[in-house]
Design a protein. Structure first.
Length: 397
């Protein structure tokens, strides 16, 4: 039989004793390490956190305002029928450029040609009658001087002469009218520009009374850009210019830049033509119109665009990098600022607009203060920091 020293119970007791001794040694070692960490001589203190800052300086900035708008043709001419008739032929290519006076449609001229010939015949008859009555009046005038005819006969001859003269004048007017109507059978372009699709086809009946629309010609170089601006912005801008907060961007017509629907900036500058004097009561805005050159016909009527107008120059603008601006729980912009005693202080900002990768700040910070832009996640308000110029760490590496 096994002795007590080799029984399973005795072996288990010795194993537990060895484990307790090892655990006690680990606890003692951890306590000794903690004592060393709490000793100032054993571990150096962490010290202030190093953060990257930007020192704010006043900068002159040209302020712009981006306004939505749409393009419209410089000139729009609706080509309409001026006489009745069947459209015989279309004389242009849809979507092409046409010149002023270029023939566009041919309307059946036969009735108007016949009307012109009839008017000419009536005029010839009136002229013949006039010649006869003139001769008769001259003879009667000679006879009445010799008292060979009565005064009544003389008056009748003169009245017939005047009536013949009136008939000739009416005949000439009828000829001119017939010639004009015959000319209207060839429909020409009233302006130079680009013509759209034809509104009628060959064989259609055009009517002058309904002014049948045949086609539309639009002049696309230059083009108008119509935008709207709220009256609140107009009043604010005027107030800032009067107070000197903003300086005028220059004399003359303001320059306007354009951003197309795909986000690309249009390569040519336009000029502001005028601002309407009437406020739209439904939107509280006024209309502005700018004129843009369009030599390549890139801008088409009806396109949605954004116009950038120079409002003025702010000579003392405070710009804060966007990476240094966060939002609080209410969504308000805030920034962490290093105070003169190198403490972190949270500031609530009032921003006007974004300019590049910065915010134009009107309240909350001032020139000469340092805004933290690097190491924001390492600090909180009230802690001590060691401010260094932003980017110094990367440059050192």
């Amino acid at each position: 039989m096994p002795t007590e020293a080799h029984t399973p119970t005795a072996l288990t007791r010795r194993s537990l004793a060895r484990r307790r001794a090892a655990l006690a040694g680990l606890v003692a070692a951890a306590a000794l390490a903690a004592c060393h960490r709490s000793d100032g001589k054993a571990a150096a203190p962490a010290g202030p956190v190093e953060v990257g800052v930007v020192t704010l300086e006043p900068t002159p900035v040209t302020l712009t305002r981006e306004l939505p708008g749409r393009t419209s043709a410089f000139r729009v001419a609706e080509v309409r029928a001026r006489v009745n008739g069947i459209v015989l032929k279309r004389l242009f290519t849809e979507g092409s450029d046409v010149k002023e006076g270029q023939p566009l449609f041919a309307i059946d001229p036969a009735p108007y040609r016949a009307a012109l010939e009839g008017a000419k015949a009536q005029l010839a008859r009136a002229e013949a009658t006039l010649a006869s009555n003139r001769t008769q009046a001259e003879r009667v005038a000679e006879l009445v001087a010799d008292n060979a005819v009565s005064k009544q006969e003389y008056d009748n001859a003169m009245a017939a002469l005047k009536a013949s003269e009136a008939d000739v004048a009416a005949g000439k007017a009828a000829v001119d009218t017939a010639r004009i109507n015959l000319g209207y059978t060839t429909v020409t372009s009233p302006v130079s520009g680009r013509i759209g699709r034809s509104a009628v086809t060959e064989g259609a009946y055009a009517q002058a009374a309904q002014a049948t629309l045949l086609a539309t010609v639009q002049q696309l170089d230059p083009v108008y850009v119509d935008v709207t601006q709220s009256t609140a912005e107009v009043l604010r801008l005027r107030r800032d210019l009067e107070s000197g907060k903003l300086q005028s961007a220059g004399n003359g017509r303001a320059k306007v830049r354009l951003v197309t629907e795909d986000g690309r900036e249009y390569g040519l500058e336009g000029t502001l033509q005028f601002a309407d004097v009437t406020v739209d009561p439904t939107t509280g805005s006024i209309a502005l119109r700018a004129l843009f050159p369009n030599p390549k016909r890139e801008l088409l009527p009806g396109m949605f665009v954004r116009a950038r107008l120079d409002e003025g120059v702010n000579p003392q603008a405070i710009l804060v990098p966007q990476v240094g601006v966060t939002r609080d729980q209410k969504g308000l912009p805030t920034a962490l600022v290093v105070t003169p005693d190198r403490k972190v202080e949270r500031r609530q900002l009032v921003t006007d607009r974004a300019i590049g990768d910065t915010w134009l700040v009107t309240s909350g910070v001032k020139a000469g203060e340092q805004v933290i832009v690097e190491g924001l996640q390492k600090v909180r308000p009230g802690v001590s920091v060691n401010p260094v110029p932003a980017g110094a760490k990367q440059a050192a590496r």
